[in-house]
Each structure stands twice: as structure tokens, then as C-alpha cells.
Design a protein around this ligand. Structure first.
Ligand code: MP5
Length: 208
């Protein structure tokens, strides 16, 4: 099994994770301000949680993957500052509580620590790939949101996602049947949580 096989096997669920009325609103400029702001605040908190997940993954990754994941970690830290700037421009408070959907995502990321490496790296690939595809679907993006669309569709980001795909493929290649099952399970959980995240933003004002 290769990472891309998972996209084929679970096409409908992947589609639900990466195509959403939220993204159509970003493209068309019809998104309610509160939905975008709720997303921005919650995604900042998600990225903070992602920083924890990725830093815990590095010591148990094979040497061949450590530079890739560490590079991603540095980019995430920069992303936090970028979110802080965007929040300031919009006068948003980033100290908000996590929405229950975001809290569930955080629990999942914490749980990945005890999953076999092939499942954890497959999850990381799926998380990043979901954003690449989702924001690509919103291209070029309404001027109000264009910088966000551009942020997750740069060639650098696409290159990172393809690096993660290679790492996931290598891990899956050497994985046991049980580990592959865990990888497929975590992939499906990412797809569900990504869909839920768009739903959360569209239907909430952000806080719990
Ligand atoms: C990403 C994200 C992309 N920022 N938020 C969600 C809900 N899913 C995926 O991850 P990153 O680490 O910000 O590139």
C-alpha cells in the first residue's frame, strides 16, 4: 500500500475533507466574516497543537525523515507568527478556548504518539495534503482571502507534502499488516476531522 492508494480507496471521504462550502466562500468572497474569523482563531490553536505533535515525532522518526519533519516544524513556528499578525490586523483574540471539534483534533494528535510510526507519518502527510488540496480548490481566492489561499498552495508547501508522501510510502513499505491497518485508520480519522473543521468554522462563532 502506498499513501496515494488511500486517496483512491476513500475518495468520497477525502472529497468531503477537501471540498467544502467554506472553501467556495473563500473563492467567491461570500464567506461570512465570523466564519473566517472563527476558522482563523481555531486554526492558530490547531497549529500550536501541530507543533507539539511534530516535535514529538522527530526523535522516533528514521534518520532519513528527521530533516524533513524538523523543516516542517520550523515552518510551523513561522506560521504561528504569521497567524498572530493576521489576527492583529483583524483585532481577533487568539486566547480563545478550543472548539470541541478542535479539542477532538488535539486529542487525536496526542494519541498519535502511541501509534506506530507508519501510522503517525501517514497522518502527518494526510493533514498537510488535505490543506494543500482544500486551499487549491479555493484558487485564486477572493482578494480578501487570497493571501491565505496562496499560503497553502505555494510550490514550497507542495514540495513539503510530496516529501511527506515519500516518507509515508517508505514507512508503509516496511510496515506490518497491523501497522498498515493503523495507518489506514488514522488516515480516515484525519479525513473526518478535516471535514469537521470546515463545518465548525462555517457554523460557529469560534469559542467552545
Ligand atoms: C493544516 C492546518 C495544515 N493548518 N489546519 C488544519 C485543520 N489541517 C491542516 O497544517 P500546517 O501544519 O498548518 O501546514
Amino acid at each position: 500500500m502506498r499513501a496515494l492508494d488511500l486517496l483512491d480507496r476513500h475518495e468520497a471521504r477525502w472529497q468531503a475533507a477537501t471540498r467544502h462550502p467554506f472553501l467556495e466562500g473563500v473563492r467567491e468572497g461570500t464567506l461570512p466574516d465570523e466564519a473566517f474569523e472563527a476558522w482563523l482563531v481555531q486554526d492558530y490553536l490547531f497549529v500550536l497543537d501541530g507543533l507539539g505533535f511534530q516535535s514529538r515525532l522527530i526523535p522516533r522518526a528514521p534518520r532519513t525523515d528527521q530533516a524533513l519533519i524538523a523543516g516542517g516544524l520550523v515552518a510551523l513556528e513561522g506560521e504561528l507568527s504569521w497567524f498572530e499578525d493576521k489576527a492583529k490586523e483583524r483585532e481577533l483574540d487568539l486566547e480563545a478556548p478550543r472548539h470541541p471539534t478542535n479539542a477532538a483534533y488535539r486529542e487525536f494528535l496526542i494519541g498519535l504518539e502511541t501509534e506506530p510510526y507508519p501510522a503517525a507519518i501517514t497522518a502527518l502527510w494526510a493533514i498537510e495534503r488535505a490543506y494543500l488540496e482544500a486551499w487549491t480548490s479555493a484558487r485564486p481566492g477572493h482578494p480578501d482571502y487570497r493571501e491565505f489561499v496562496e499560503h497553502w498552495t505555494t510550490p514550497d508547501f507542495a514540495g513539503y507534502v510530496s516529501g511527506l508522501e515519500g516518507a509515508a510510502d517508505a514507512a508503509l513499505e516496511g510496515a506490518s499488516g497491523d501497522e498498515r491497518e493503523r495507518a489506514e485508520e488514522t488516515f480516515l480519522t484525519v479525513a473526518r476531522l478535516e471535514r469537521d473543521f470546515w463545518e465548525m468554522a462555517l457554523s460557529s462563532e469560534g469559542g467552545a
